[in-house]
Design a protein around this ligand. Structure first.
Ligand code: MN
Ligand code: MN
Length: 442
């Protein structure tokens, strides 16, 4: 199957970081990777993965050279903007039952109303078991939705500024309803519909209201990726930032031959909220994983781990904003990335005077140009947008602190962070090709 069709399947089945990790583990095990916990020692050609809390994963393919000479690393993130369900989420108001949410990552709140939503997540029960839930993806499933004001009554709303006319607190998801009973009815019961929803949760999943305390539910757009356009050249799908790069990076790891340098692909959580937490790139996850690998190669020392990281090269596989012809004033066209233009390199991110940027070294960039040109990979160099129009960051600066060479390299995305994001199929192919060549780089 074409990489594009596999990518669409990955997106359809990977709407949360946990679902992406479990798919990457499946893919890796099918390709000869084993859990590092089951490997006492490692030798050239062997392949292992390290998983952190089911939300981040690192894959290693051991090279024939010394680990102290460094690795070729692809680093992507597998979290995407969404709505997280709060810990006390369920309430009924005037005959409608809602799930209260708190948004995650940079979203335009008004984009999340009036469209079908799905609920994905886990509920951890006191007995130690975990219930996995996905509702809203199968055609026969119910979906969820946030309502918006009808235009007829929106005079006041339409005058407000876009960041405020849908408030974060009101991004609550409809999940049930009841018929209003006559005022004088004797059997008028408070929270009747909420009780009905709780009965369904109990019956279908064995969950009680207090179990939301130890649950992690993510509300995401419902539905599968679709081909976009008469010519089917584009993909419309949720979560392409950054799963377009995570999938192509992981797939590239599956298809490489053992090389001199050890190859690594790390897919992390929490990038969209600043890479914090034990599963984010700001944690010690990567160096701990590398230490486990170095130990199994038989010559562990802190210095070996430091040398390995310091001598590594990394592509921070993250997306860039695609040039938008209808909003061309936001872009410096000569320094913008285009849908279908191939793998996008971004020398630095940040905002204003490059604040917060990890500025990539031209020595490293020259080396990359050389292998990509030799391998006929299409690529482009771009910035996010015009100077002083805004900005953003990736995980590049967190890898750079080890002293390794790193540059952002990914897929161009139109309508980034929208519930439905747009990429070009050709860019998915070029990213995969480029990542594979980089991994095998000597
Ligand atoms: Mn990203
Ligand atoms: Mn993002």
């Amino acid at each position: 199957m074409d990489i594009v069709e596999n990518y669409k399947k990955f997106l359809a089945e990977g709407k949360t970081e946990r679902e992406c990790v479990s798919q990457i583990i499946q893919l890796a095990e099918k390709n000869g990777y084993k859990n590092i916990d089951n490997a006492d020692s490692l030798h050239p050609g062997e392949k292992v993965y390290v998983c952190k809390r089911n939300k981040s994963i690192a894959l290693f393919h051991i090279g024939t050279g010394s680990i102290e000479d460094g690795m070729n690393i692809l680093g992507a993130h597998i979290d995407s903007p969404r709505l997280d369900v709060k810990q006390n989420p369920l309430y009924e108001k005037d005959f409608i039952v809602y799930l209260n949410t708190h948004y995650y990552g940079g979203i335009k709140k008004y984009q999340w109303v009036a469209l079908p939503l799905a609920l994905h997540g886990v509920v951890c029960l006191k007995d130690g078991s975990t219930v996995r839930i996905s509702i809203g993806e199968k055609p026969e499933d119910p979906v969820f939705c946030i309502s918006d004001i009808l235009p007829h009554l929106a005079q006041k709303q339409m005058k407000e500024i876009a960041s405020e006319f849908i408030s974060g607190e009101n991004l609550d998801v409809i999940c049930g309803s009841t018929l209003p009973l006559p005022e004088n009815s004797e059997n008028k019961e408070k929270n009747k519909a909420k009780k009905a929803v709780l009965d369904i949760l109990k019956e279908s999943y064995g969950i009680e209201e207090k179990d939301f305390y130890s649950a992690e539910f993510e509300v995401v757009p419902a539905g599968e990726p679709r081909d976009l356009g008469f010519d089917r050249s584009l993909i419309l799908a949720y979560g392409q930032d950054d799963r377009s790069c995570a999938y192509t990076s992981a797939q590239a790891m599956m298809d490489v031959q053992t090389a001199s340098r050890t190859m690594c692909c790390i897919c992390v959580d929490k990038e969209e909220i600043g890479s914090y937490g034990a599963t984010g790139m700001g944690s010690h996850f990567m160096e701990n994983a590398v230490a486990e690998v170095v130990a199994r190669l038989g010559a562990y020392s802190e210095l070996s781990v430091r040398r390995c990281l310091n001598n590594s090269c990394m592509l921070s596989s993250d997306v860039n904003s695609a040039y938008d012809p209808l909003n061309s004033d936001l872009f410096d066209k000569d320094n913008a990335s285009f849908l279908g233009g191939g793998l996008v390199f971004q020398k630095y991110t940040g905002s204003r005077g490059k604040s917060g940027a990890s500025d990539a070294d031209p020595e490293f960039i020259a080396k990359l140009r050389n292998i990509l040109d030799a391998g006929n990979v299409a690529y482009q160099f771009a910035e996010l947008g015009k100077v002083d129009q805004g900005g953003g960051g990736t995980i590049a600066h967190l890898a750079a602190k080890y002293g390794m060479y790193v540059i952002d390299a990914g897929v161009a995305v139109l309508a980034m962070h929208a519930p439905w994001e747009i990429t070009s199929k050709e860019d998915i192919r070029q990213a995969y090709k480029g990542y594979k060549l980089f991994l095998e780089m000597s």
